[in-house]
Design a protein around this ligand. Sequence first.
Ligand code: SF4
Length: 82
Amino acid sequence: MRIIVHNAKCQGHARCWSQAPHIFKLDEDGYILPGDIEVAERDELLASRGARSCPDHALEIDRSPDELLDRFLFNQEPGGFK
Ligand code: SF4
């Protein structure tokens, strides 16, 4: 899974960071660093929570069609398909 970072939308709330500081890196002013984030499978739940917590929609979750199909067929994500 990948998180697409829309850097220009970031308002520096740090909500993403508070969910997963090891995934979402902020600059010294509290804004997300530019560049998409490749997320390891073990970190997907935390990364999803962090991305969805952004009130400015600066973080977009990008899953490949294969990943989506796997989740749909095997319901691998805790709490069901999202
Ligand atoms: S990406 Fe969103 S939640 Fe994270 S620091 Fe920027 S505005 Fe805040």
